[in-house]
Design a protein around this ligand. Structure first.
Ligand code: PRP
Length: 186
């Protein structure tokens, strides 16, 4: 999928495919340096993280294992309630492991803040976060994300794992949607 498949739904490309891949190469080098001599358990958060997981993991030289979680925020009908429910838990015991949570986006920060705290209670040696993008102006809680691809403005973004109504996850870039797509004026 690329921009030619989006009709007039695309407003702009915020981060190009080349920028994403270059940044992931830099992040992988930093992670390799930080974890030298250790093994990492990459924990991907379904579903948005699958692209970052696939690309970042293949750029790493450090030996990794992979596991996956699926979580859902609920309460007050919005994803920003801060209450997180585990839909699919890890398959592995993380005691003593160096866990690196892999995410596509930190928006309000509520999901990752909860997840990092949750995994720390399970006896992991370390629990760090790598995310492709972060929206600093949307933060409701501070999240200690060690590896951040790009800080982006608080706009509705799609692509590279990020969806709108389950569409556009397979775009190779991160873009903003035209307001008519999500029912706004303009
Ligand atoms: C996205 C993203 C994070 C969360 C971040 O997942 O992957 O898990 O939202 O938002 P927050 O910082 O406001 O908590 P989403 O719920 O869209 O599910 P998906 O990955 O299946 O698309």
């Amino acid at each position: 999928m690329d921009s030619s498949d989006m009709g007039n739904d695309l407003k702009s490309i915020l981060v190009t495919e080349e920028q994403i891949q270059e940044r992931l190469t830099e992040m992988a080098a930093q992670i390799d340096a930080d974890y030298a001599g250790r093994e990492i358990l990459l924990v991907g958060v379904l579903r948005g993280a699958i692209m970052v997981m696939a690309d970042l993991s293949r750029k790493l030289h450090t030996p990794v294992q992979m596991d996956w979680m699926a979580v859902s925020s609920y309460g007050s009908g919005t994803k920003s309630s801060g209450v997180v429910r585990i839909l699919k838990d890890l398959d592995s015991d993380i005691t003593g492991k160096h866990v690196l949570i892999v995410e596509d986006i930190i928006d309000s920060g509520l999901t990752l803040s909860w997840l990092q705290a949750n995994l720390r209670t399970r006896g992991a040696a370390t629990v760090e976060i790598a995310t492709m993008v972060r929206k600093p102006e949307a933060a409701k809680v501070e999240v200690d994300a060690k590896y951040v691809g790009f800080d982006i403005p608080t706009e509705f973004v799609v692509g590279y794992g990020l969806d709108y109504a389950e569409k556009y996850r397979t775009l190779p870039f991160i873009g903003t949607l035209a307001p008519h797509v999500y029912g706004a004026e303009g």
